[in-house]
Write a protein that binds this ligand. Structure first.
Ligand code: GLV
Ligand code: MN
Ligand code: MN
Length: 427
């Protein structure tokens, strides 16, 4: 009974959680309520540095892997046992909000620190991971760090990825590392007992249902393409229509073809052209080159594949006398999270008296790749009007506290387990 009471009393420190939230919100603040921390840029590096300062102040060990994922570890009574891991990311959209990714990192640190505050030892180590370049806003693909960590993307391909200015991940990472101080080396795909990532929902469901916690059942499939259309630069005032090879008009024709294909009465398919560049980009020159990205999502693999298979037909062939090529740079099918980890999160929510539901994630997360390595699930908290990838992103402190306490309880259960959770799931 007394140990049960002790567990009940153990809660995260909301003041500390919020002070960390506000400290991170200053790094790369835009002045409009959001932040701009492109992966591996000076602001992202400063945010990582601040996190390491907090971790080192508690004597947690700090490590990095060759793609720039950071690991903060609180040791367990059995230091050789695979850890229970948690985490998310500190890079943001350009610009982005103060919760996407950041919440999962500070909630995870809160778990390590709360156990430390109360001198509670767990059998297994607990590891907080800060994944590199989750957003994919500066470098493609999205969820780069976890993708390489899990073996889905090669480290060489990731290091060669370049931003708009032609700066590679390799170069930006070396620069960032020089500012982080001494770090141990962490291996890719190290054995892990279980992984739980806390995150804002980034959608409207929990708020609409008036619930505090989402137990995440899985993540829908995502596929991303890069299309490049090549026409010919020409004078806007003199060139007759029949002699033009206008790359932008060709892109418009392709995009309207894609949009028509994306019409889905059930509103399950997500189709986005999020990045479009026009060259040379002057008012009085016919566009010579247009590049655009396609982001596709669907909960069912077959439906996603059907759309994927139509992309080449629309974007891979000559359009309005312009050459066109398309290349898929991310294809990640839908996944289901582990039933046992989900039940541990559910029990933790019940134990806290928190209202909850099960729901699938529309956004992608590093948990998708961790699910390939170990039993995994996620905890969602509501966010205001479901707004995300927007500077106005917002979550209530009470929900942040509740989510962190559920994370704490769930991790504590898993970190004291001896057997693999998989072994406990009936076939
Ligand atoms: C992550 O930010 C995503 O693209 O879902
Ligand atoms: Mn995120
Ligand atoms: Mn995001």
């Amino acid at each position: 009974v007394s140990s049960q009471l002790k567990t009940m009393e153990l809660s995260v420190d909301l003041d500390r959680l919020m002070s960390r939230h506000h400290a991170l919100a200053k790094i790369g603040a835009t002045g409009r309520g959001g932040v701009c921390r492109p992966a591996l840029g000076p602001e992202d590096t400063a945010a990582r540095r601040l996190l390491l300062d907090w971790a080192r102040a508690r004597s947690f060990s700090c490590a990095i892997d060759p793609i720039g994922n950071l690991f903060v570890r609180r040791n367990g009574g059995e230091p050789g046992w695979p850890p229970v891991s948690t985490g998310s990311h500190l890079d943001t959209q350009i610009p982005g909000g103060n919760y996407d990714g950041i919440y999962g990192v500070i909630a995870g640190l809160e778990v390590l620190e709360t156990l430390e505050d109360h001198d509670i030892s767990t059998r297994r180590p607990i590891e907080l991971v800060v994944w590199n370049n989750e957003e994919g806003a500066r470098f493609s693909p999205t969820t780069m760090g976890s993708s390489v960590y899990s073996g889905a993307t090669s480290i060489e391909a990731a290091l060669e990825s370049c931003d708009r200015e032609g700066i590679s991940v390799r170069k930006a990472l070396a620069e960032s590392l020089s500012k982080l101080g001494n770090l141990d080396q962490h291996a890719f795909g190290a054995p892990c007992h279980a992984y739980i990532e806390a995150h804002i929902e980034q959608g409207p469901v929990l708020e609409a249902e008036g619930l505090s916690i989402g137990v995440v059942t899985g993540i829908q499939g995502i596929s991303q393409f890069q299309t490049t259309i090549t026409g010919e630069a020409a004078h806007a005032g003199t060139t007759p229509r029949r002699r033009r090879r206008d790359a932008l008009l060709a892109a418009m024709s392709q995009i309207s073809g894609l949009a028509k294909l994306a019409e889905d009465p059930g509103d399950k398919l997500r189709f986005t052209i999020g990045k479009l560049t026009v060259l040379p980009g002057t008012p009085n020159t016919v566009p010579s080159e247009v590049a655009f990205t396609i982001d596709l999502r669907h909960p069912q693999r077959e439906a996603l594949d059907a759309f994927r298979n139509s992309i080449e037909r629309i974007c891979g062939t000559e359009t309005l006398s312009c050459k066109s090529k398309v290349n898929e740079f991310l294809n990640s099918p839908p996944i289901d999270f582990d039933a046992r980890v989900r039940s541990v999160i559910r029990d933790a929510a019940i134990g806290r008296g928190a209202s909850f539901m099960e729901l699938a994630s529309g956004a992608t997360h590093d948990a998708k790749y961790m699910a390939k390595l170990c039993p995994t699930s996620m905890i969602f908290i509501p966010c205001l009007s479901g707004i995300s990838h927007n500077e106005a992103e917002m979550a209530a402190p009470s929900d942040m506290e509740c989510g962190a306490n559920v994370l704490l309880d769930a991790i504590k259960v898993l970190a004291d387990e001896t057997a693999s959770p998989i072994a406990q799931v009936p076939a």
